[in-house]
Design a protein around this ligand. Structure first.
Ligand SMILES: *Cc1c(COP(=O)(O)O)cnc(C)c1O
Length: 378
């Protein structure tokens, strides 16, 4: 079955109890038990809720994993996965990692004795150089945020396996529709479900998927013990959003390709970062490990004044934090997603003050380009 079909038919098309064509919102916290000796499948909803379970099984099927987990936010999913590690463990992390992940690693997990080294993983020799005897995992984003840098997942997995490391991949930008890291040998896939998976800018959520059963048991333990679970109503909304994932990704991506091509030709645009452009340094690797460049791009403008005009002046792109909605969203990494990163760290990673990130929504590409043209060249 192709993924487009799997999205619609991955096990929860029909509610097993009522035959409804949508799994209902089981707004339930606890379930009556019949016997002291044998509890039913559901006992308390932190441990399991049928609506959340439908979402967890759906994301597991789409990522081709054995088990999925839904969390209260992308950061809750990421932090819960990081709780698999212990004091004394060391992680190697891609350097332009999501700002919130950088923050939780450097100001919270560091206090618990879990150390992270940030390296440019587009060159795997940097990963090799950062290895220590206590290194336990490789944490990657490809394309990365906000510079859309590409890491070779196949090469990374080989290196990780040589050294007994787990590979974690934040797949938020691609979604399983375009890239499935577990199929390439990665161990844990993470998502901010807030973005493309839900897709409608109305839910905060996070997901994790694993293939290995034992790892699944360990993450299941963390999910239940730490307790940062997604509620049934939000689980239902994400399930509903996922049903249109294919058409939204296809349409947004088609427009993003047109917008990136147009931006690359503008004199006042210094640089465009998008793996769909042929001169992107990671284009070839990206094409090997995914089926499309996605709908997020970033670009640098000739001046700070123009940067401000683009951020504040577009009619069709909301100036906001986030991405992956039906509406285009323009954001300012320096003051938004990467505000948690000290300025020198941020600049060193290329997240400069003239960089903006555009998440292309479902508007017509011609209208988006006309809007950009008015603000950039007007
Ligand atoms: C938004 C985002 C997160 C965090 O997700 P929340 O749902 O906001 O907690 C993590 N990684 C990436 C790549 C993101 O874009």
């Amino acid at each position: 079955m192709k993924l487009g079909t799997k999205i619609i038919h991955s096990g929860h098309t029909i509610d097993p109890y009522t035959k409804g064509l949508s799994v209902p919102i089981y707004q339930v916290s606890t379930f009556a038990q019949e016997s002291v000796d044998h509890f039913g499948k559901y006992d308390y909803a932190r441990s399991g809720n049928p609506t959340r379970e439908a979402l967890e099984e759906t994301i597991a099927a789409l990522e081709n994993g054995s088990r999925g987990f839904a969390f209260a936010s992308g950061m809750a999913a990421i932090s819960s996965a990081l709780l698999l590690f212990s004091a004394g463990d060391h992680l190697i992390v891609c350097e332009d990692v999501y700002g919130g992940t950088f923050r939780v690693l450097t100001s919270l997990f560091s206090r618990l004795g879990i150390e992270a080294t940030f390296v440019d993983t587009t060159d795997l020799s940097n990963v090799r150089a950062a290895l220590r005897p206590n290194t336990k995992a490789l944490y990657l984003e490809t394309p990365s945020n906000p510079l859309l840098k590409i890491t070779d997942l196949h090469g990374a997995v080989q290196l990780a396996k040589e050294h007994g490391l787990l590979t974690l991949v934040d797949n938020t930008f691609m979604t399983p529709y375009l890239q499935r890291p577990l199929e390439l040998g990665c161990d844990i896939v993470l998502h901010s479900g807030t973005k493309f998976l839900n897709g409608h800018s109305d839910v905060i959520s996070g997901l994790a998927v694993v293939r290995d059963q034992e790892l699944g048991n360990r993450l299941s333990f963390v999910q239940n013990a730490f307790g940062a679970v997604l509620g049934p109503q939000d689980s239902w909304l994400v399930l509903r959003g996922v049903k249109t994932l294919k058409v939204r990704m296809e349409e947004s991506q088609r427009s993003a390709i047109a917008v990136a091509g147009w931006l690359a030709e503008q004199q006042r645009v210094r640089e465009v970062f998008y793996p769909g452009l042929p001169d992107h340094p990671g284009a070839e690797v990206h094409a090997r490990q995914s089926s499309g460049p996605g709908a997020v791009l970033s670009f640098k403008l000739e001046s700070l004044e123009l940067t401000r005009r683009v951020l504040e002046g577009l009619e069709l792109a909301a100036f906001a934090v986030s991405l992956g909605g039906v509406e285009s969203i323009i954001s300012y990494p320096a003051k938004m997603s990467h505000a948690a990163m000290p300025p020198h760290e941020r600049e060193a990673r290329g997240v400069t003050d003239n960089l903006v990130r555009l998440s292309v929504g479902l508007e017509e590409a011609a209208d988006l380009i006309a809007d950009l043209d008015r603000v950039i060249n007007g």
